[in-house]
Design a protein around this ligand. Structure first.
Ligand code: SF4
Length: 69
């Protein structure tokens, strides 16, 4: 699957640091520690959220659907 680009859905960014200032973002949140992350220790992996099917997201990315694992 192709890599998600910034803005793919839900204000997604490939680098969570770029979400600083977003009203839903808290420091430390990133795809790798999100309940939807399915990529294990990989840099790019699957997100199980319905709106991220067909793309890979970055372990260091973030979106406003983040759920703490
Ligand atoms: Fe990343 Fe979680 Fe958003 Fe998926 S739902 S893109 S794993 S923050």
């Amino acid at each position: 699957n192709p890599k998600a680009e910034d803005g793919h859905r839900h204000d997604y960014v490939n680098n969570a640091a770029d979400a600083a200032g977003h009203e839903d973002y808290s420091e430390g949140e990133k795809c790798k520690n999100c309940a939807f992350w399915g990529g294990g220790d990989a840099e790019w992996g699957q997100c199980f959220h319905a709106d991220f099917q067909g793309v890979q997201v970055n372990a260091s990315g973030w979106c406003d659907e983040y759920v703490g694992a």
